[in-house]
Each structure stands twice: as C-alpha cells, then as structure tokens.
Design a protein around this ligand. Structure first.
Ligand code: BGC
Length: 469
C-alpha cells in the first residue's frame, strides 16, 4: 500500500492518479516538513509575543515595533482633500483623496510602474522618478494645479522598515522585496523625497510618513472604529496595531496627551535567528540566493514575492530525483523566480479533471516539453503544501497581536490588504481555520475584512491628522 497523504494536508486534496510509491513517499515527507500542528503554531506565537515585548523596550530589535507617531484615531467625520503617494512593490500610486465626512471618501488615482532599474539603481534616481510621477499626476488629474499658487499636502506611504522619529521623519533601516537602491539606508526618506520634489519645483509638502500597514489600519478605522489591526499579505507581509503609549517603553518623549499610538510591527523580520520557525532546506536555499540573506525570514515563508520560488525549489528537487517531468526541467523553470506565485494561484484554482490550466502554465509558459496528469497533480499538491503553510503561519502573528492586546474575548476588527489575501485560493479560509484551532469559538468575534488599497487613503488621513494637531 502506498503511503496515505491526506492526513498531512490539512484541507481537501485531490487524488494523485498513477503515482509510484517513490513519488508518494517523497511528497509525503515534504508535506510533513511543511506541516504546522496547532501546538507548533502556539509555540511560534509565544516566541513572537516575547519578540514584540523586546521591540517595545528597545530600538534595533529583530521585530522592530516602530512607533508611527500617529496618535489620533479617525472618527469618520474628518473632511478635507489631501494627496497620497504609495511606494512599496511593483507600482507607485499617486492619489488625490477627498474625505467628505460620514465615512465617505472619493479617490482619484493613477499607478506608475517601477522598473527593476529604478528598484536597484541609486536613491536619487528613484526619488527623481517619484517626483516626476507626482508632477504628471497633478498636471493630468488635479484641476487647480496650475490655476493658483496652492501648496498641496501629501501623505507618503513607504512600505519598508523605517526608524520613525516624527510623523514626517524617518530613516530607512533596510530595503526589502527586491529593492536595493544605494545611498539610502539610514537616511531620512521624507527628506530625500522632499528634495526631489523641490528640485523639480513640484508644489507639494510631505507632511506625513506612514507604513502601508499603518495606512491600511487608519483607512479601515475611518470606516470601522473597532479596528485593532491593519495587515498586508501581498508581495511582502507586515502588520500595525493600536498600542497603549505607556507600553512603548523605548519612547523618550511622549508626543501629547494621547493614550494610544499605532505601532508598525515589521513582522516580516521575525525569527531571523531561525529559532522558532519550521525552516526547510527549500527555505534555506531561497534565503541563501536572495539579495538579503538572513533577513525577512518570516516574510520569505509567507509572502507573494517568495511562495513561487519555494515551490520551484521543491519542483526541481523532485525533477532531480526523477520523480517529476520524467527528470527533465527547462531553461525557464531553471531560472530563479520563474515559477511565479500567480502561477501557484492559477494551479490551485484549477479544478478541471485534466488540470488544463496547470498544463498551459507548465508547457506553454515554462516550456516543459510534455507533462502527464500525474505530473500536474504533483505540481498542484506542491502548491497546496506551500500555500497552506503560508496561510497557517500567517495566523500566528495576527493571533499574537490580539493576545498581546488582551482582546481574545472582546472581539476586534482586522483590515487586510494584499494580493495574497485577495486572490490566492483558500488563503483566507485556511487562515481562519488556523485561528479557529487557536481561539476556538472566540474566532467568531474577529471580524476580518478586505481593506483594498487602504494604504493610500490612510496616508492622506495621516496627513490630515498631522494638520489638525
Ligand atoms: C516591509 C514592510 C511592509 C511589508 C508589506 C515588508 O517587506 O518591510 O514595511 O509593510 O513589506 O508591504
């Protein structure tokens, strides 16, 4: 009898037709390595809670727990028009956002693609490009741009770890998600942006700097004041939440009489010492070959930038053992990051008996000469193993923040943005299953909703809150 696989996969899996014992037992071994029991999840949560405490105590800790200097909570009654700029992954987004009160928001926005050259060139080139985009946006979309000498106020969503020192000031700690611009680490990103805008004569003042999670949290709070956490599960991953100021021991100066401040957790960097996370050889290979080895270990197991690459490492492992594609790879599949997370999404979503979409991806996009149904079913199983672990791991930091804030029994709202959460098949259902295993019926008090494109709105809100202080 071949080994039974479905006990390891914690959700519905399809049968693999005609697989040999060798194929089944290797895949079973891999599934075991990627499996996360509820005990393991709890262990990770415990470790993460300790790391949060350390981060609140001192700067420079692994989980950075960055004070955002946003102390106001939106009421939904705010009115006014602000610009927002959102830099964090594939696109740069420029927006004009009008708050009309009663939770009503009107957004004009345009996306500009950030090229690989801009991501990896000099910081000056990147910020000059950003200033150009703001100028173009104002000329094209904002009617009173040239009519009077108005100075626009802008909130800047910058989705990278920044050691923030004021609402409009913060030094870049380290680039993530494939950005490596030179001459920028430890420098103030608002200053660099403002200089670029001034060089071009664009009449904009950058009045607030926020992380995308902080923006997501703020925009979700504008609609639902019960919101505790804002999360991104996209190209990268991270979360932000409202913390009691008295618990942020490392703050030298308490900004005002407020009781709460938003903390940008920067949980992507969790466990860079690899003490608690169940790292496999496929993760280690990815980390070693990445442009930031030993950093963002948690993010590398979860987020959209990396899942396809973990799956690719597994597929090549199977090819090398003659257990997949008859032992043949292709030039395309051999290239790093060629197996995109979007392909995993499409393959996991393929419910046809013959897995036709999987066949198209493998044969037409990745040039594997020919695939059998067994091959395609194995590829689908690999995607399920990697996708399931990502979703279950994602539950840990979310659960930890709720525990840390003592809100397990009270009920909270959580706003989540990002392509993985929005589009990856079963991601949110798997995440909720893990939360149910951890919290039992209390999970029904956690209201999780999609907060699409919230970070831009949030940056404008931060600019508004800063203007009213
Ligand atoms: C960055 C965070 C960001 C997250 C989601 C991570 O790589 O370090 O600052 O919030 O990606 O975009």
């Amino acid at each position: 009898m071949p080994p039974v696989l479905s006990s390891i996969i914690r959700d519905k899996v399809d049968h693999i037709d005609g697989a040999s014992n060798a194929q089944l037992s290797v895949i079973d071994g891999i599934a075991k390595e990627f499996d996360l029991t509820v005990e393991k999840l709890s262990e990770i949560i415990k470790h993460f809670c300790n790391e949060m405490d350390k981060g609140l105590e001192k700067t420079g800790m692994n989980v950075a727990m960055i004070p955002s200097f946003v102390t106001g909570v939106p009421t939904g009654k705010e009115v006014g028009t602000f610009l927002a700029l959102d830099l964090g992954g594939t696109n740069l987004r420029v927006c004009e956002i009008a708050f009309e009160g009663e939770g009503i928001i009107k957004v004009k926005q345009h996306k500009y693609r950030v090229t690989e050259t801009q991501k990896t060139g000099s910081a000056r080139q990147l910020f000059d490009f950003i200033a150009d985009c703001v100028d173009k946006f104002l000329a094209e979309f904002v009617t009173d741009y040239t009519e009077n000498a108005k100075i626009f106020k802008m909130g800047f969503t910058f989705s990278f770890p920044v050691e923030q020192t004021a609402i409009n000031q913060g030094n870049l700690i380290k680039w993530t998600k494939g950005f490596t611009c030179s001459d920028s680490e430890n420098k103030d990103v608002v200053f660099m942006l403002q200089e670029a805008l001034n060089r071009k004569g664009v009449p904009v003042v950058v009045s607030a700097l926020v992380n995308d999670t902080v923006g997501t949290l703020l925009s979700h709070s504008y609609k639902d004041p019960n919101t505790l956490i804002g999360i991104i599960y996209g190209t990268g991953t991270n979360g932000a939440y409202y913390e009691e100021i008295s618990k942020i021991k490392k703050l030298n100066k308490i900004p005002d009489a407020s009781e709460k401040m938003i903390i940008n957790v920067e949980w992507g960097a969790f466990d860079s010492e690899k003490k608690a996370l169940p790292i496999t050889m496929f993760d280690n290979k990815l980390d070693r070959e990445s442009n930031n080895p030993h950093y963002q270990i948690f993010e590398k197991m979860i987020s959209g930038m990396y899942l396809g690459e973990i799956a690719r490492n597994i597929l090549l492992h199977l090819v090398d053992r003659m257990l997949l594609f008859d032992g043949y790879s292709s030039k395309e599949l051999n290239r790093n990051y060629s197996f995109e997370t979007e392909y995993m999404s499409a393959i996991e979503a393929d419910e046809s008996h013959t897995l036709d979409n999987a066949r198209k991806i493998l044969e037409e996009l990745l040039n594997i000469p020919s695939t059998t149904l067994t091959d395609r079913q194995i590829v689908k199983r690999v995607c399920q193993i990697v996708g399931l672990r990502a979703a279950r791991l994602s539950s840990t930091t979310l659960a930890a923040v709720i525990i840390h804030c003592g809100m397990v029994e009270c009920g909270v709202s959580v706003g989540i943005d990002g392509s993985l959460f929005e589009f990856y098949p079963h991601f949110s259902a798997r995440l909720k299953t893990a939360l149910r295993e951890l919290f039992g019926s209390n999970v029904d008090k956690i209201e999780i909703s999609l907060a699409r494109d919230g970070s831009g709105v949030g940056a404008a809100l931060a600019a508004m809150l800063a203007a009213t202080e």
